[in-house]
Design a protein around this ligand. Structure first.
Ligand code: UFG
Length: 341
């Protein structure tokens, strides 16, 4: 029988891409989402892409312990991928209580239910933000975490620790934390992608919205960093590649291939790309000109971060495959799809 994976936050940007890849790989998926930061657009897209009209969807808030208990009671769950969390750095600084409550309580409820089942495989969606401004690049999983600079980042560190401690304490609970670098792009079908509410914080949705005319001008935050072209360096990972890393990690857990009961993997490309390079690549691959200007640095930004992906490549047997150009073409196709063009 096919193994069943609960995807919390499965109607969102990354969750919807992961749902598609899980189904492609032969898993059954149960999606839970409270739709606090998305609508049903991507879930409907997932159904179209997979040709599956029967994917169970629960509109529940994982902060509600009874609702989470219900998910486990009604479905035989073999693994959970936990995405359901708030993710805006600036908002977390303004609303720390809201962030700590939402991001910690929902994860605690998932873990509590996993433990009650006598064990479960739990994959936590973590972030490269845990490394902060690392002294040595690229970062490996052994690179020390630095104190978080935002409540959002702190919730990622805290949830990693909660997972580690739960795995140590509760027999049968196994955990993997995937530390994402900068996920960008959209599914090649252009039926699912990122749907930011309001003004986007992240670079690529701001670029595509500027290109389509929703925003007047992209501000590039700082061109006086000590990098080759003066702009920040990041490791931009295609969202479908990222989704496939989840499938590899779930298979590792379910097939009994884990070497330790709690494992951490960097999920990136291992390739640093500057903001200017990304903007140029977007213009070139999509044959358009973007309106942009250089402005002051954004407070809180690290100058450079990219992944050493050796561990994920060797242990998960996974590697990022899509080129940055193809990824940027997919982001643009998705923006045009949204605009009905
Ligand atoms: N940038 C701009 N203009 C914009 C938006 C971003 O120049 O309008 C620049 C940023 O300064 C940065 C790069 O583009 O150099 C990437 O910025 P993003 O906001 O897209 O991504 P971040 O690297 O800041 O954020 C990522 C994740 C967060 C995580 C954070 C912490 O998206 O979830 O890393 O390092 F918390």
């Amino acid at each position: 029988m096919a193994k069943r994976v609960l995807v919390s936050g499965g109607a969102g940007y990354i969750g919807s891409h992961v749902t598609v890849e899980l189904i492609n790989a032969g898993y059954e998926v149960v999606v839970a989402d409270n739709l606090s930061n998305c609508d049903m657009t991507c879930f409907e897209g997932v159904k179209k892409i997979t040709g599956r009209d029967d994917i169970p969807f629960y509109q529940v808030d994982c902060c509600d312990p009874d609702a989470v208990a219900g998910l486990f009671a009604e479905n035989e769950i073999d693994a959970v991928i936990h995405f359901a969390a708030f993710k805006a750095v600036g908002e977390s600084v303004a609303e720390p209580i809201m962030y700590y409550r939402n991001n910690l309580v929902s994860f605690l409820n998932i873990l509590e239910e996993s433990r009650k089942q006598g064990g479960c495989n739990v994959l936590f969606s973590s972030s490269a933000t845990v490394y902060g401004e690392a002294e040595v690049l690229p970062v490996t999983e052994q690179t020390p975490r630095l104190p978080a600079t935002s409540p959002y980042g702190n919730t990622k560190q805290m949830c990693e620790d909660i997972l580690r401690d739960s795995v140590a304490a509760y027999k049968g609970v196994k955990g993997i934390a995937l530390r994402y670098f900068n996920p960008i792009g959209a599914h090649p079908s252009a039926l699912i992608g990122e749907l930011p509410r309001g003004v986007p914080n992240n670079l690529v949705p701001f670029i595509t919205q500027t290109a389509i005319g929703k925003r007047e001008c992209l501000s590039i935050f700082g061109n006086d960093y000590p990098t080759e072209d003066g702009t920040c360096l990041r490791d931009y990972i295609d969202v479908v590649d990222l989704a496939k890393a989840h499938v590899a990690a779930v298979a590792r857990m379910l097939d009994g291939k884990m070497k330790e009961d709690y494992e951490i993997f960097n999920v990136g490309t291992g390739r640093p790309v500057s903001v200017s390079e990304l903007v140029n690549a977007f213009e070139k691959v999509n044959e358009l000109k973007l309106n942009y200007k250089y402005v002051d640095r954004r407070p809180g930004d690290v100058m450079a971060i990219w992944a050493d992906t050796t561990r994920a490549n060797e242990e998960l047997g996974w590697k990022a495959e899509r080129s940055v150009e193809d990824t940027l073409a997919s982001a643009w196709a998705w923006e045009k799809h949204l605009a009905g063009k």
